[in-house]
Design a protein around this ligand. Sequence first.
Ligand code: ATP
Ligand code: LTN
Length: 331
Amino acid sequence: MEDKKIIFSGVQASGFLTLGNYIGALRNWAKLQDDYNCLFCVVDQHSITVRQKPADLRKNAMDILKLYIASGIDPHKNILFFQSHVPQHVELAWVLNCNTYMGELQRMTQFKDKASRHSDNINAGLFTYPVLMAADILLYQTDVVPVGNDQKQHLELTRDIAQRFNNIYGDVFKVPEPYIGSVGARVMSLQDPTKKMSKSDSNPNGYIAMLDDPDTIVRKIKRAVTDSESEVAYREGKDGINNLLNIYSAVADKTIDEAVAEFSGKGYGDFKVAVAEAVVECLRPVQQKFNELSKDKGYIESIYKEGAARAERMAARTLRKVYKKIGFIER
Ligand code: ATP
Ligand code: LTN
């Protein structure tokens, strides 16, 4: 690989990717591929911290890989792979588990949130989820990790674990930095605009899936929760309209001010139709590319096999160093 900084990021295979994933992650990742050496992983092992149906997991994981490519992430410039294909992730996670405190994990807001939403299945994996994420990142001597706000706490923990390990055993890990993208917009749920749009939302009307057909997109946006006023304006208290303005601005590539000006004097109905059309147009080329890729299983297989092989070579190097430092006997 060329001598560029290393980026690692991943998406869980816990549902259909949403417009939030596209605007907040995939689309931005595609812009990084020329300036960094990037690894983009489908973190399927993280997904099973919440119960998944095997057939759904299989399909979702494969769809995500295809959506990476369909979003413009070049599989030859970047390393694309499934986490479960590179065994070093869980191997390092064990070592890091032994260097992470219960108290640190108890403070993680995602754990608290997911534990309350899945109170019938508060498993140990859900608790140590951030440690596997730290392993993902540290295995590749990652410089920069593009993550949304919700993952910053996990990245802070990754840095703490890396520094702690380095202090005890000598320098092994690069301490990664978060990458804060220029587009700060968080896409919120269409049904509850105070919560982020999430692929694991049990109500499909809350999110737009990247693969939703145009009619579904129009229907979901028409049903989006707004407020009892009638003015398209961006201000506090108008969470639903603010969210639609953010979405419009992101997919139509306009500033919020431009968007507000465009809809001044128009009603919510017209506004929603325009937002829906802009979303449909934005996703159209991605869906087309996705459909083409779906016809060529052999090609996709060659991409993820090659990706795993390249990732494993990098991962094995770090793991070997770690094992040596902690005193495991060399094989
Ligand atoms: P889940 O709801 O299953 O936890 P998710 O939809 O939040 O998943 P992740 O796999 O956690 O998706 O996130 C993948 C990437 O997409 C992350 O970088 C995350 O910050 C980004 N992302 C997810 N949802 C949004 C959103 N609503 N707006 C902007 N970015 C998002
Ligand atoms: N926890 C992340 C997904 C994830 C990740 C990673 C992101 C797992 N491992 C490593 C960046 C780097 C999420 O839920 N978005």
